[in-house]
Ligand binder design. Structure first.
Ligand SMILES: *Cc1c(COP(=O)(O)O)cnc(C)c1O
Length: 714
């Protein structure tokens, strides 16, 4: 029997590597020690272990057979970290001494490390996890936002309030990176208006490391200490300074750690300044002229663009760029005009602002969008950058986004896969054969598993609604109502994502009378769970949220349409794991990929979505439902109206009838057949292992090996 202190030490070690976040057994281990405390600390094991009373640990130790469970988890982690037979060890050994450096402004790894705002960050987090699982040497670089994006609450009128709690760094799963003297490592960037400093933190994500830069150091001016406090918080000046730290500071942090990457992967244009710092350093080290150094850097750079809307790309006025990059520009012996040209589609156009995406495209030999359709849209959008090259030959390919399966699959579904697909299914997830065994699952078993998950979701939503009502000091009857919201028998639709205008959260609410018919049906009722944050500056997004909340206060809707506050990875997990239908109705083609629907697939929820992003290439007529037929219209209001009609018609004539068509045993056989078909056709394609491997074959390995092949295109 190991002693108490050793148990705690081992638990601490498990807490220090985010590997635990995708191990249901380890999550259960933490939770069962003290479920109430686990909830209270927001599933943060570092804080949890700090606060866990020693006598509680002692009591639970024998009740839970704690030492053998900890021992087992601990052994599995050690084996995982040591594994020499990974895919990467066999196929990507060229990256071992010189890893991939993966830059992203946000990383969504777990709700307890809130340095993400939405899909872009979650994608980056899932990328790190799959790179770890596959054994691909990769190191992440990001910023540490002590206040995160923001926490959302709604006031009594349904208006979004932003709260910015400052994280206690002691309670985050981060460790200070030290220099050779044992002091916190400091990286610095010179600008024409003074020096900017950041310290560096390290996060362990399985076998992968994430470095986070943090400007809150005494060496900085007061105002710069807050520079990295918030994600997407400030004005253009804050923004360019954050991006300077991320790109230039990030490359310097790697150099300080003697990490010499063979590939730079820029996840969106925010980090594109990294290419300039690499070029400058290469010129400095080798004496190469700018043009040649730039070609070498672009040969090693992979750029993933995520924004199909021209206005959505970061652009900075020339004076801000000169203030911040002037020193690097001079070191590269470039004139002001030549330098500004690197960020312009038309270099000679003095009025054109400096665009980070343009810089990234010019400084990367391989570029890609995040779905087949987004690849097409991106080639069209950036064609002017390539002169006479016809649109279809513009060198932007695509790699469709995927999700980290073990992060998003419910534990109960995980167990079902263990039984039916074989316990090693996670390592075989990218092969179609793996998922064929789903057909052998008894209909009743799949259905019951999902009912359990749905009941868990309903309970979760009720608790959340009650807590929201209590916080607003609403009367007791309002809390009682919250505890009776939703119905296990109703077709449950989830809609949760950022409240960006193009995502059209209000589409289904367009005609309240028609909605009432669907929601109020006695025989075949539906219910909708909404969630999501609007950007603090986005009035329209906040008005949309308010409209939904107003509806939830009207009687017939009250228990059937709900809004869950503070959408984050935890809420996302509950929703995608518990709903029957995952709805997505963006204005095509503005959803570059979308990933939440891919999470739903893994939990047997059927997608009901506009043919945009990943769904445009995933939908085969029988693995979910489509809204519309993949059309666009030059007039947005016309497109909205068409899509709305299709939404209501498909829901009324296809989705609802199939769900409520039960056989004598009460099972919806046609629905279950569709769920199984969805697993078989989608799960092997839209996972992050497949995605990261695509990046390895088409980006990392050719870049590291100096090959000239391009990203895939359709
Ligand atoms: C997956 C996820 C997203 C992305 O959802 P989309 O519907 O693809 O935009 C956003 N936010 C959170 C918290 C997520 O988990």
């Amino acid at each position: 029997m190991v002693g108490q202190s050793q148990l705690v030490e081992r638990l601490r070690e498990l807490a220090r590597n985010l590997w635990w976040t995708w191990q249901p057994n380890v999550v259960a281990l933490f939770r069962e020690l003290d479920p109430a405390l686990w909830r209270k600390v927001g599933h943060n094991p570092v804080e949890f272990l700090k606060r866990l009373p020693p006598d509680q640990l002692e009591r639970r130790a024998s009740e839970m057979a704690l030492d053998s469970r900890i021992d087992y988890a601990f052994r599995r982690l050690s084996e995982y970290l040591r594994d020499s037979k990974s895919w990467g060890a066999t196929h990507a050994s060229i990256l071992r001494s010189r890893p991939v450096a993966y830059f992203s402004a946000e990383f969504g790894l777990h709700e307890s490390l809130p340095i993400y705002s939405g899909g872009l960050g979650v994608l980056a987090g899932d990328h790190l996890k799959s790179a770890s699982d596959l054994g691909i040497p990769l190191i992440g670089i990001g910023l540490l936002y002590a206040q995160g994006y923001f926490r959302q609450t709604l006031d009594a009128s349904g208006w979004q309030q932003e709260v910015y709690p400052s994280a206690d760094l002691e309670l985050l799963p981060i460790e200070s990176v030290l220099d050779s003297n044992g002091s916190p490592l400091l990286v610095s960037v010179q600008t024409n208006s003074g020096e900017l400093h950041a310290r560096v933190w390290r996060v362990e994500v399985g076998r992968t490391t994430l470095l986070l830069l943090d400007s809150n150091v005494p060496e900085n001016a007061e105002w710069d200490r807050a520079l990295t406090a918030r994600l997407y918080g400030g004005d253009a000046r804050t923004r360019i300074r954050q991006e300077l730290l991320l790109g230039v500071g990030g490359v310097r942090a790697l150099r300080a750690l003697k990490i010499n990457p063979s590939v730079l992967h820029l996840n969106e244009g925010h980090s594109a300044f990294a290419t300039l710092e690499m070029t400058r350093a290469l010129m400095d080290a080798t004496g190469l002229p700018f043009g040649e150094a730039m070609r070498e850097v672009s040969a090693m750079t992979v750029f993933t663009t995520h924004t199909p809307v021209a206005a959505g790309h970061d652009r900075f006025p020339a004076d801000l760029v000169e203030e911040h990059l002037g020193k690097i520009r001079e070191a590269m012996h470039l004139s002001y005009e030549d330098f500004m040209g690197l960020g312009r589609v038309y270099p000679g156009d003095h009025n054109e602002p400096f665009c980070m995406t343009v810089l990234a495209l010019k400084l990367s030999r391989r570029a890609n969008g995040v779905s087949a359709l987004h690849g097409v849209v991106s080639r069209r959008m950036w064609q002017p950058l390539y002169g006479n090259v016809p649109e279809e030959n513009v060198p932007i390919g695509h790699i469709t986004n995927g999700v980290h399966v073990q992060t998003w699959v419910a534990p109960q579904m995980h167990q079902l896969f263990d039984r039916q697909l074989g316990p090693d299914w996670p390592t075989r997830q990218r092969h179609p054969e793996t998922w064929e065994a789903i057909e052998q699952v008894e209909d009743a078993e799949l259905w019951e598993t999902q009912q359990v998950l749905k009941a868990r979701l309903i309970n979760f939503v009720r608790m959340r609604l009650a807590a929201q009502a209590r916080r607003r000091d609403e009367p007791d009857e309002s809390i009682d109502r919250a505890m009776q919201a939703l119905d296990l028998g109703a077709l449950t639709i989830g809609f949760a994502r950022r409240f960006a205008t193009y995502k059209r959260a209000g589409l289904i609410l367009q005609d309240v009378e028609r909605l009432l018919k669907l929601v109020g049906s006695i025989e075949r009722p539906i219910q909708i769970i909404f969630g999501g944050k609007a950007h603090p500056e986005d009035r329209m997004g906040k008005e949309l949220i308010q409209n939904i909340v107003r509806l939830t206060k009207q009687d017939p809707f009250g228990s059937r349409i709900v809004f869950v506050e503070d959408y984050d990875m935890h809420v996302a997990r509950q929703l995608v794991q518990g709903v029957d239908v995952w709805m997505n109705n963006p204005r095509r083609p503005q959803e570059a990929s979308g990933t939440s629907g891919e999470k739903a697939v893994l939990n047997a929820a059927l997608n009901f979505s506009i043919l945009d992003g990943w769904w445009a290439e995933a939908y085969d007529g029988a693995n979910g439902f489509s809204i519309g037929v993949g059309q666009t219209h030059a007039v947005p209001s016309v497109q909205d109206q068409r899509d709305y009609e299709s939404l209501v018609e498909t829901l009324t004539n296809e989705v609802i009838p199939l769900y409520f068509d039960r056989d004598a045993t009460g099972l919806p056989r046609g629905w279950i057949a569709r769920q199984k078909h969805a697993f078989r056709t989608l799960a092997w394609r839209f996972n992050a292992d497949r995605m990261v491997m695509d990046y390895a074959w088409n980006g990392y390995l050719p870049a590291a090996g100096g090959l000239s092949c391009q990203m895939p295109r359709t």
